[in-house]
Design a protein around this ligand. Structure first.
Ligand code: ADP
Ligand code: ADP
Length: 228
């Protein structure tokens, strides 16, 4: 069975007494372990779709199924990485990464081991005791990724996570993400408006258009990943 199923999802916002149709009848099935990029211009409904999968905002019609169960809200099986502003500024890097595990009531030894492993995995070894404001944008996004990995979610949802980074930093983070994805076997839904980024990262690119939420089925492109 697919890992994620987006089943005929529509979303209508009420905005100033007016209806905005952000998604209309979207359907998509994502196999376990696939890296999918949702590609399309600003305003085409990418964030709305990702938020529906995350369970932050329910669809107006249709449903999202994760691991065979209908999504009814946020859950630890689906972690989200935002473009920015997602770290707690009053917490150190290590505490930001540990936060989800603390909430879960994990044991100290497990938390410390996980934080140490993730600091190392994301080349953040020297930054555990720093605060987010002292880090570059690229380093902050490394922390955001580590924070999601700490909870070991099988699904990673990423909303333009590298959109605010310069080209070189972005490429480094893209490579880092591909390495992590290959190593940990995550299912990834990654939103971007960059064709270049989508082609570089994805197994499969889903193109969305300006027409509210229509996934152009005839433009859905499957990109074979070269085997090494
Ligand atoms: P994207 O992520 O592709 O830029 P969004 O999902 O953010 O697109 O937005 C899709 C459409 O829904 C846009 O027309 C946007 O203006 C509208 N929209 C998004 N969020 C809201 C909201 N909270 N209230 C009203 N309209 C919204
Ligand atoms: P956002 O709307 O997500 O903040 P911007 O459009 O402001 O993103 O772009 C952020 C950065 O991404 C800029 O450095 C910009 O040059 C770069 N960028 C934007 N679109 C593309 C693209 N299609 N391909 C490569 N880089 C892009």
């Amino acid at each position: 069975a697919p890992h994620i199923v987006i089943d005929n999802v529509s979303k209508v916002y009420q905005s100033g007494g007016r209806e905005v149709v952000a998604l209309r009848g979207i359907g998509l099935a994502v196999p376990r372990g696939q890296f999918v990029c949702l590609l399309g211009p600003s305003g085409c409904g990418k964030s709305t779709l990702l938020n529906a999968v995350a369970g932050f905002a329910p669809p107006s019609a249709g449903r999202v199924v994760a691991d065979g169960r209908e999504v009814a809200g946020p859950g630890p099986d689906r972690g989200m990485v935002f473009q920015e502003y997602a770290l707690f500024p009053w917490m150190t890097v290590a505490d930001n990464i540990a936060f989800g595990l603390e909430i879960k009531g994990a044991r100290r030894a497990e938390i410390d081991a996980t934080v140490a492993r993730l600091l190392s995995m994301l080349s953040l070894g020297d930054f555990g005791q720093r605060y987010p404001k002292d880090l570059s944008g690229g380093m902050r996004q490394r922390v955001a990724i580590a924070r999601v990995l700490a909870l070991d979610s099988p699904v990673m949802l990423m909303d333009e996570p590298f959109g605010a980074l310069d080209a070189l930093t972005r490429r480094n983070l893209q490579d880092e993400l591909l390495r992590i994805w290959a190593e940990l076997g995550k299912t990834i839904l990654f939103v971007t408006h960059s064709i270049e980024e989508a082609i570089y990262l994805a197994d499969r690119v889903v193109v969305m258009t300006y027409r509210p939420g229509t996934v152009k089925r005839d433009l859905m492109v499957e990109l074979p990943r070269p085997r090494d």
